[in-house]
Each structure stands twice: as structure tokens, then as C-alpha cells.
Design a protein around this ligand. Structure first.
Ligand code: AHR
Length: 492
């Protein structure tokens, strides 16, 4: 039996609800078909937004959405996406499949989507191919309340009041698709561009995010922090779980037990990545003012057979549920620095929470993990320590269980991911200075490759978890193999 020591009275920091954010790009069928079908579609919609998708995201308590990219952001010119739809400029989406982008989903539509979901907005600006003036005017267009050239345009386009931009990203992957820059060059550009992101509403300040590193490129973090840290509120980090190589990533649904452990081992690397990036940030920002924003993460497999390789459409199995459960526990545990995270991507692209096919929609195993973990949103992370061994195959050994614990309104939430394919784990939760009054649990589990299809949409879903019992010391949990579990305990 392993032991998990939890002290609900030792509060470590707030788990920002934004850790449970998503990312949506003009890529494949994410925006078009995935969320936006247009007002004249037969698919039930409100102002063009799919009702089924919006409802599912509300139920999942999506707190924040990033848009319009991704690589697309540094090719996006916001003025092409405003005004009457029939006269909006069309362009070729060169990054993603070379398809025609008709710009029918633009700034007003994104804001409408976020309003329907009830989530915050994270807009990503264009540094790679856009000008300082363009970025500055976009911010004015969206957020200026009074009379100004851009605010007047917004009003003429049908939105009288200013929009709220909660987060603004100054470029995306500027080390790669966003301009192939060096960190020094980008950091200086960042200083310049961010100057003109004016704070028009003092009580709704825009949180400015600098482009951070690709995975373990610590030199990028170091240089950008060194040169630009006084001018940023956050710096991003992108890390994808790619089972094999970028050329041959592996299938989303047809994989071996070795692939399972290899994928999870690569996922667990997030822990180390965060520690190293945070150590660099601590050096330049010892008071912890600047947030680490993991605004792209998740699994990246080969596309599903027969689909456009530029659309990045992949299925989602119990392996993805584990990837989500592990990462979210890791983010929670680093909540003093990790202020936001955005899984890639919302619908129909990479590790999506939702898949659609015409009028049909399925919630993926990843969706159910996000929904289950929502009790952590804005809760206090509390001290916990797990004594646990390893699991795995060959060289791919991983810690067997990843956990995190939080408290909110007298409720202790413990989330656990058991990485083992075949071993259940008996865990004794030892609570310090508290007693459990009542307990309930939920679980997401199944065969390692179990997934939801449009013909069988509920193969994987959340079920009640019966494996937790109140004990003299706290709780006893019988955690099944390859499962993600939430235990909710009312404590006193
Ligand atoms: O999420 C897909 C792509 O991955 C994004 O456009 C880019 O930022 C990253 O390389």
C-alpha cells in the first residue's frame, strides 16, 4: 500500500481556473465546422456558433480560450475579418492545408463565441508578418470605450461597447513559424510591440504574454526574460507529447503497450520542463510576478487515415485521458508560476475535447478529465506528498501515480492518474489536522485504446467511483490501472 500525505491547512497557492484553458486556431475543422457553422446552417446554432459544442464547453466550465493561432496568428491580419462577411478578404491558409480562408469568423465572432461560453478571451497578435500599428489598432478596435477611429469602426460594425481582452499574446512561436527569430531579436521586438498595447480600461488590464520557448530551449527563456522581463505579465511555453518522431509520430488509436509507456514518459517530462523554466524565471523575477503560460500542450499523433494531413485531425483514447490527467496534476502543483495553460486544440485538432462530424458531436476522454478536474478551478493547492514506486516497460519507467490536491469551500479534491496498464494501486490518504465527513468519487477508465466514435459516442465517459472509503486516518483509495480518478471529500 502506498501513502499520500495531505495537509489541507497548508495552502500553497491558488490554482488559477485558467490552467483549464483551451486553444482554438484557424486550422482544419477547428473553427469552421467545429465551432462555427454560420447562421444559415441546418446544424442548430446561435449566431453561427454550434449550440451542442457551446453547451458542452459550458458544462466543462471552459475558463479561457486562445485564438486565432498558433502559426496562423502570425499570418493573420485582423482587418480582413471584420465588416460585412460577403466583402471580407479571402486568403489561402498556407500553414494548414492550403485551404481558402474566407474570414467569416473574425474578431466579433470570437468575442461572441466566448460570450456564449462565458469564458475569458486570449487573443494572439501578429509579430511575424504584422506591424506595430496593426497590433496597436486591433487593441484599440477591441477595447476602446469612447470615441476613436477604431472604436467607431467597431460600433459601425455592430458592437457598441468595448470588448474585454483578458490576455494578449505578442506573437506565437517566433523562434519558428512566427518569423524564425533569435531570442535577442524577438525580445527587442517584444519590448517595442507591447509598448503600443495600450491599457484603455484601467480596471480591465490586458495581461501581456511574450512568446516563450519550444520545449527545452532554455536559452530562449533565459534571453527573453533577461531582455524583456519588466515589460511582460507572462511568458509562454509550448510542449507537445509526440510518441515517436516528428516524421512518424504514431497512431492515435493503434498502439502497443510500449507506446503507452513511451507516450506517458514523454508527458511526464512536463514536470522537469516547468522546473527548469521556473528556475530561470526565478532568477529574473524572484518575486514571482510573471506567469508561465503553457499555451500549447497535448498529444500530437499522425492524422487519422484518409484525412487532410494539414488538418491535424486525430482520435482520442484512454491514453489521452491519462496525458490530460498527468499534465493537469503537474500544472496544479506548479500553480504558483503556471497561471494559464491551453490544451491544443478545442475541436477536431490534436488532443481535442470535442470531435464533430456534420451535425454529430462526441466528447472525448480528454473532455471528461477536464470536466472532472473542474473542481480544482480557483481552489487552493494544498500540501501533498505521495510515496509511490515506478511502472513501465524497458527504459520507459515512470512514476506510477500523479496526483494533486486542492481545497475550496470545505471540500478537498484529490485527482489521481494511475499510469500502470495492469496494476491497481491501494492508496492510503493520511490527512493532517482534518477529518472526512463524507466522500464521493468519479472515474474515467477503459481499455487502453478505448475511444468515442460517432457511432458509439459513449464508450468512454465518467462513471461513479466506488473505490474510496473513509478511514480513521483519512481515506482509502483502490485506484484501478489506467484510470483517472477524482475524490471529493467534505472535511472539517
Ligand atoms: O497546434 C498546432 C501548431 O503547433 C500551432 O499552430 C503552432 O503554434 C505549433 O507549432
Amino acid at each position: 500500500m502506498s501513502k499520500l500525505y495531505v495537509n489541507p491547512n497548508v495552502k500553497i497557492g491558488k490554482i488559477n481556473k485558467e490552467i483549464y484553458g483551451n486553444f482554438s486556431e484557424h486550422l482544419g475543422r477547428c473553427i469552421y465546422e467545429g465551432v462555427y457553422v454560420g447562421e444559415n446552417s441546418d446544424i442548430p446554432n446561435k449566431n453561427g456558433m454550434r449550440t451542442d459544442v457551446v453547451e458542452a464547453l459550458k458544462e466543462m466550465k471552459l475558463p479561457v480560450l486562445r485564438w486565432p493561432g498558433g502559426c496562423f496568428a502570425d499570418e493573420y491580419h485582423w482587418e480582413d475579418g471584420i465588416g460585412p462577411k460577403e466583402s471580407r478578404k479571402k486568403l489561402i491558409n498556407t500553414h494548414w492545408g492550403g485551404v481558402l480562408e474566407d474570414n467569416s469568423f473574425g474578431t466579433h465572432e470570437f468575442m461572441e463565441l466566448c460570450e456564449q461560453i462565458g469564458c475569458e478571451t486570449y487573443v494572439n497578435g501578429n509579430v511575424g508578418s504584422g506591424t506595430v500599428r496593426e497590433m496597436s489598432e486591433w487593441v484599440e478596435y477591441m477595447t476602446f470605450e469612447g470615441v476613436s477611429p477604431q472604436a467607431d469602426r467597431r460600433k459601425a460594425n455592430g458592437h457598441e461597447g468595448a470588448y474585454t481582452v483578458n490576455y494578449f499574446g505578442v506573437g506565437n512561436e517566433n523562434w519558428g513559424c512566427g518569423g524564425n527569430m533569435t531570442p535577442e531579436f524577438y525580445a527587442n521586438l517584444y519590448r517595442q510591440y507591447q509598448t503600443y498595447i495600450r491599457q484603455y480600461n484601467p480596471d480591465k488590464k490586458i495581461f501581456k504574454i511574450a512568446c516563450g520557448a519550444n520545449a527545452a530551449d532554455y536559452n530562449w527563456t533565459d534571453k527573453v526574460m533577461e531582455i524583456a522581463h519588466p515589460f511582460m505579465d507572462g511568458i509562454s511555453l509550448h510542449y507537445y507529447t509526440v510518441p515517436h518522431t516528428w516524421e512518424k509520430k504514431g497512431s492515435a488509436t493503434k498502439f502497443s503497450e510500449e507506446d503507452w509507456y513511451n507516450t506517458l514518459k514523454k508527458t511526464c517530462f512536463m514536470d522537469e520542463l516547468l522546473d527548469h523554466n521556473i528556475a530561470i524565471m526565478d532568477h529574473y523575477d524572484p518575486k514571482g510576478r510573471i506567469g508561465l503560460i503553457v499555451d500549447e500542450w497535448g498529444t500530437w499523433y499522425d492524422v487519422e487515415e484518409g484525412t487532410n494531413p494539414g488538418f491535424l485531425y486525430q482520435q482520442n483514447t484512454i491514453r489521452d485521458a491519462l496525458v490530460a490527467g498527468i499534465n493537469l496534476n503537474i500544472f496544479n502543483k506548479h500553480c504558483k508560476r503556471v497561471r494559464m495553460a491551453n490544451i491544443a486544440q478545442l475541436v477536431n485538432v490534436l488532443q481535442s475535447v470535442i470531435l464533430t462530424e456534420g451535425p454529430k458531436m462526441v466528447k472525448t476522454p480528454t473532455y471528461y478529465v477536464f470536466k472532472m478536474y473542474a473542481d480544482h478551478q480557483d481552489a487552493e493547492l494544498v500540501s501533498s506528498s505521495l510515496e509511490i514506486g515506478e511502472t513501465g516497460m524497458g527504459e520507459d519507467k515512470v512514476k506510477k501515480v500523479y496526483e494533486s490536491c486542492s481545497v475550496k469551500d470545505g471540500r478537498l479534491t484529490v485527482t489521481l492518474a494511475n499510469l500502470s496498464l495492469d496494476e491497481d494501486e491501494d492508496i492510503e490518504i493520511v490527512l493532517t489536522e482534518s477529518a472526512v465527513k463524507s466522500v464521493a468519487g468519479e472515474i474515467v477508465t477503459g481499455a487502453m485504446d478505448a475511444h468515442n466514435t460517432f457511432d458509439a459516442p459513449e464508450t468512454v465517459k465518467t462513471a461513479a467511483f466506488e473505490g474510496c472509503k473513509i478511514t480513521h486516518e483519512g481515506l482509502n483509495i483502490k485506484l484501478p490501472a489506467k484510470s483517472v480518478v477524482k475524490v471529493s471529500a467534505i472535511i472539517e
